[in-house]
Design a protein around this ligand. Structure first.
Ligand SMILES: [Zn+2]
Length: 435
């Protein structure tokens, strides 16, 4: 790819609201100073004496007013995302109820129709070696796909907005093991949920809400800005304002911020902007008590791990901040040495493994062997990473049901039963996402 590589400069990024703002759009001189308020006691009548001298010298007040260093932020008018319903209209789904329905839901149809395969983009298969579809089907422990991209699946399948998870589960039923109990879609491209003039007129996030409410197996969602999107959105206050609305909103089903982080591999968002956006998303996760989904990708000779860790070290140890922020280090492909550093910096971290594990070599497999089982969760990152054992029952792209395939490889390299991997992964996912 011929993308411009961001420069590793030392200059720190100055967010728009902190810049020396000559246009004065954000900041205006304070209208009412403390001095002005006290001036109300100027002429008073004490003990029958009239016209007592003012307590405060009015001339000085005027001078002070002109010199006042105080400024007042204009109240910001928050723009609601278009299509976001009133949060009191309907109660959010209770995930306890969901689990009871699962086996029936996932066994709706035996017919596997491949309506979309002609139009679907081809995705590289991830070789799965000795494992077969039978191994996957025989897994008999409930599991969650902790990370997928529903909007990207829609795009790849070129399907209409009514054809979401429920339909994929029925059309590609064999790619959903019967013990699939749900998934967590990540919305990481802000144009999907931010109402701005930059987005097209047909922008409307009601499809996200509709999709999330269409199937109780959507256990929650995450909203954030992927490093690739940072160059377009870090400067847009409307994006940050929208997160402030979406994160606490009941109907957004938000359980985490992200995926966010640092990408130094074929990413043309400047590094200082990436750092800024990452910090700000960490702070939002703190503020709204959400989990944080981290994307961290190093490039040739460019170490994103230490970039991420340095920022986390600073943010997690800030006075008043919580060191035990719940963190999902998504799509872990690094070695055990780095994993130890992450655990040291972020005591409440889990590592998400995708079907990329089937392509792992030496030091990556060594990490699987060493990372304790209470720090591993399963994910697909669908539509990416098609596990080849499922390729005949998938529409050329990956779908959330295949997350359980990952457990086969982890069990193999940890030399423990698959059920044990599955049991831990489920508990860990529920713990990190408070499900
Ligand atoms: Zn992802």
């Amino acid at each position: 790819m011929n993308q411009t590589q961001p420069k590793l400069g030392n200059g720190s990024y100055i967010p728009p609201n902190k810049r020396n703002n000559s246009e004065g759009s954000e900041v205006s001189p304070q209208k009412k100073t403390a001095v002005e308020i006290t001036s109300g006691v100027g002429r008073i009548d004490i003990g029958g004496r009239k016209n007592v001298e003012p307590v405060v010298d009015m001339k000085k007040i005027k001078e002070n007013k002109q010199k006042s260093p105080f400024v007042k932020l204009q109240p910001r008018v928050l723009t609601e995302p278009k299509g976001l319903p009133n949060e009191n209209e309907e109660k959010p789904t209770v995930s306890q109820e969901i689990r009871r329905q699962i086996p029936e839901n996932s066994r709706n149809s035996r017919n596997i129709r491949d309506n979309y395969s002609n139009s679907a983009s081809s995705m590289k298969n991830t070789k799965t070696g000795e494992f077969s579809l039978k191994d996957f089907s025989e897994i008999s422990h409930p599991y969650i796909d902790s990370h997928c991209h529903v909007d990207m699946i829609y795009n790849r399948l070129k399907c209409s907005f009514d054809d979401g998870l429920s339909k994929w589960m029925s059309n590609y039923q064999q790619s959903f093991n019967q013990y699939f109990i749900g998934c967590i879609p990540n919305f990481i491209e802000p144009h999907l949920f931010v109402n701005t003039k930059l987005t097209k007129d047909d922008y409307d996030m009601s499809w996200i809400i509709k999709e999330l409410e269409s199937n109780p197996l959507y256990l929650g969602a995450t909203y954030g800005c992927h490093p690739h999107q940072v160059k377009s959105w870090a400067d847009q206050e409307v994006f940050w304002d929208t997160l402030e609305i979406l994160l606490p909103h009941k109907r957004s089903k938000c359980i985490a911020v992200g995926e966010c982080g640092i990408d130094l591999n074929k990413c043309d968002s400047p590094l200082d902007q990436q750092r800024y956006a990452f910090r700000r998303q960490i702070q939002l996760a703190f503020k709204y008590d959400k989990a944080l989904v981290i994307h961290c990708r190093s490039g040739p000779n460019r170490d994103a791990e230490s970039e991420c860790l340095q920022i986390l070290e600073e943010e997690l140890n800030r006075p008043g901040q919580h060191r035990y922020l719940r963190i999902h280090r998504h799509c872990y492909t690094e070695n055990w040495e780095n994993a130890k550093k992450w655990i040291e910096t972020c005591p409440n971290i889990v590592f998400g493994y995708t079907p990329a594990v089937f392509n792992f070599t030496g030091r990556q497999l060594d990490a699987i062997r060493n990372i304790p089982m209470d720090r591993i969760i399963l994910e697909t990152d669908a539509p990416y990473f098609v596990p080849s054992m499922c390729k005949d029952v998938l529409p050329r792209i990956n779908l959330p049901g295949t997350a359980a395939t990952v457990a086969l490889q982890i069990a193999k390299y940890k030399n423990i039963p698959v059920d044990e991997v599955m049991r831990h992964a489920l508990l860990n996912t529920r713990r990190i996402y408070s499900l």
